[in-house]
Design a protein around this ligand. Structure first.
Ligand SMILES: Cc1cc2nc3c(=O)[nH]c(=O)nc-3n(C[C@H](O)[C@H](O)[C@H](O)COP(=O)(O)OP(=O)(O)OC[C@H]3O[C@@H](n4cnc5c(N)ncnc54)[C@H](O)[C@@H]3O)c2cc1C
Length: 313
């Protein structure tokens, strides 16, 4: 049986590990952090079909998987009604016909200052329960998680024929990749049960996602900032922007915050590298603000690469 080690326990690592278990591979995950301490745990996290080409294909595969998970109890995947608005005309979303509901918003329904919008039903992933769900599935399938901080992938090369590198920002050191950089994000979670619909404005990067643990407000997008401290001015900026859309947020109690460093890169790195004569690495990192949206699609390609490399279960 082929031994495969996945590095990383965020959404990329856990999804790849589960996908490879579907092909009957025996998987060990090695990770510095457990799921709750990863960037993945700090995310929103809505599925949204950005991009073209390969990115679009990855998003499409993930949409199918998340749609299947919506009715699964404890999966942490739910469906929300989302208003996506813009101060300028929007193109018809390429995924319009792949969603159960997606329509152009009537002008009268647009919030003040917006010129166009779509209202749609999309999967929303609640990262804490979702990551726990993936971890439980992985362990029930016989997978093992070892908590360990690696300084180099070479540390694993002697015992492994195949490493899947899902180390997010950690790839800067582990894959010696200077192209990877942090994109700091912060969110605020409030108690506002009257808010039932999601909202997203990519122009000002403002979003509102009603979740089971409160309403998740964002966002912040700060390239090359790596502070994990909650910033009070970011908090008031988020609250101010979201209150313009939903007035009840002004009075809402704050339930919590998250701060996370998205693994930024000019493009996702999903490719093989020969580490030694007997050890191949498949890199899968650099998903920036789309790690959930791309997770199942990237895991599909990783599984395909493992197949091509003739790693038989
Ligand atoms: C505020 C915020 C909102 C977001 N909203 C969305 C959204 O709505 N939709 C969406 O699709 N995406 C969203 N994202 C982006 C998404 O969260 C990331 O793209 C995704 O979490 C990246 O996952 P990952 O598994 O690749 O990396 P990570 O979650 O960072 O996991 C990396 C793993 O590698 C391990 N590791 C790193 N270095 C080492 C080492 N040296 N040794 C051992 N292990 C190591 C870590 O411990 C960790 O387990 C958001 C992100 C933030 C911060």
């Amino acid at each position: 049986m082929a031994q495969i080690t996945v590095v990383g326990c965020g959404v990329s690592g856990l999804t790849c590990a589960l996908r490879l278990q579907e092909e009957n591979h025996e998987i060990t995950i090695i990770s510095r952090d457990l799921p709750a301490e990863t960037t993945s745990s700090a995310a929103g996290a809505v599925w949204y079909g950005y991009g073209t080409g390969k990115v679009r294909q990855w998003a499409q595969v993930s949409l199918q998987r998340f749609t299947q998970l919506i009715p699964v109890a404890d999966s942490g995947v739910v469906e929300i009604r989302l208003r996506e608005v813009s101060p300028s005309p929007l193109q018809v979303p390429w995924f319009k016909d792949e969603l159960p509901f997606c329509e152009r918003m009537p002008q009268a329904d647009l919030p003040q200052g917006y010129a166009d919008g779509y209202i749609m039903d999309v999967p929303l992933v609640e990262p804490p329960p979702y990551l726990q769900y993936l971890k439980t599935q992985f362990e029930q399938n016989g997978g093992r998680i070892v908590q360990r901080n690696l300084h180099s992938l070479d540390e694993l090369a002697t015992d492994n024929t195949m490493i899947i590198n899902c180390s997010g920002l950690g790839a800067r050191e582990l894959a010696h990749d200077d192209h990877i950089f942090p994109i700091r994000g912060q969110t605020v979670r409030v108690d506002a049960p009257d808010i039932q619909q999601g909202f997203m404005d990519d122009d000002s990067f403002t979003y509102i996602f009603p979740r089971s643990d409160g309403v998740f407000l964002g966002g912040i997008l700060q390239p090359n900032q790596d502070s994990l401290t909650i910033d009070a001015s970011d908090t008031s900026d988020i609250l101010q922007r979201c209150t313009k859309i939903e007035a009840s947020i002004q009075q809402a109690n704050i339930l919590g915050y998250t701060v996370g460093l998205r693994p930024g890169r000019h493009a996702v790195r999903l490719e093989t590298e020969q580490l030694t004569d007997s050890c191949t690495v498949i890199h899968n990192y650099g998903h920036a603000g789309l790690g959930f949206t791309l997770s199942w699609g990237c895991a599909e390609d990783v599984a395909e690469l493992v197949g091509w490399l003739n790693i038989t279960p």
